[in-house]
Design a protein around this ligand. Structure first.
Ligand code: ATP
Length: 234
């Protein structure tokens, strides 16, 4: 579904990605793990069109998306749930969800999708007119996930969804990601909690200093000596 080939991404003189290749098959949950600064967020930003690779290529369903830009990427079915949640703090819960659907013109479909999301997240339903900046961290994470789903994506990119959340909320967030995948949406997950990511994924890539150094099923990577020592605290 998504194929990245030999992609290089730079911030000025800093080369954050030094030629990475990876694939996400339809229906899978694929995890990207690695230390801070390894290039995980940069990979997601490049996929969603927020930054342009210096070289390399990306295709989605066989069509080139390397330089099409964020709007076109969203239109083709890829949604990004960014690190740090980034909800619109002055807007209400309802308005945040509407923003997620800004490219859609089917009003009735948008309204019924919003209701579906309120069904998934009853706390958001209770707070639909509350401004998002006053929600708790966990509620903002739910809203960020809901907003991403409002575009009816076929692929969702999650960047560190568990960051800064209380342990019980982290579990809930992971359950929701599993449900999203179970419902047929493909997921590319960046997660600092390597163990949780490897446990729930079908396939994973380990990034170190802008390169893919290892890949395999979650079960294979959990057993790998290097992964165990460097990322699982074993
Ligand atoms: P983290 O968990 O810290 O977000 P990451 O694996 O997602 O780590 P990236 O954020 O993709 O890593 O960063 C990859 C490299 O690019 C790092 O060396 C980082 O310092 C650099 N970098 C990231 N964003 C910028 C930026 N806006 N300007 C300059 N350098 C950046």
């Amino acid at each position: 579904m998504l194929k990245i080939s030999d992609m290089v991404c730079c911030y000025g003189h800093v080369t954050a990605l030094k030629g990475i290749s990876l694939e996400v098959a339809a229906g899978q949950l694929v995890a990207l793990i690695g230390a801070n600064g390894a290039g995980k967020s940069t990979t997601l930003r490049a996929v969603s069109g927020l930054m342009t690779p210096s070289s390399g290529a990306m295709t989605f369903d066989g069509q080139d998306i390397t330089r099409v830009g964020a709007r076109q990427v969203l239109k083709r079915g890829i949604a990004h749930c960014p690190e740090g949640r980034r909800v619109f703090p002055q807007m209400s819960v309802e308005e945040n969800l509407e923003m997620g659907a800004y490219l859609r013109s089917d009003g009735a479909g948008v309204r019924s999708d919003a209701e579906r999301i309120y069904g998934m997240f009853p706390r958001l339903a209770e707070r639909r007119r509350q401004v998002a900046g006053t929600l708790s961290g966990g509620e903002q994470q739910m809203l960020a996930i809901g907003r991403a789903l409002m575009s009816r994506p076929r692929l969702v990119l999650f960047d560190e969804p568990s960051l800064g959340l209380a342990p019980n909320i982290v579990e809930q967030t992971f359950d929701i990601i599993r449900e999203i995948r179970k419902a047929g949406t493909t997921v590319l997950l960046v997660e600092q909690n390597a163990f949780a990511a490897l446990e729930m994924c079908d396939y994973a890539y380990l990034l170190e200093s802008g390169r893919v150094v290892l890949s395999g099923s979650g079960a294979e990577l959990i057993k790998n000596d290097h992964v165990r020592k460097a990322y699982l605290g074993a």
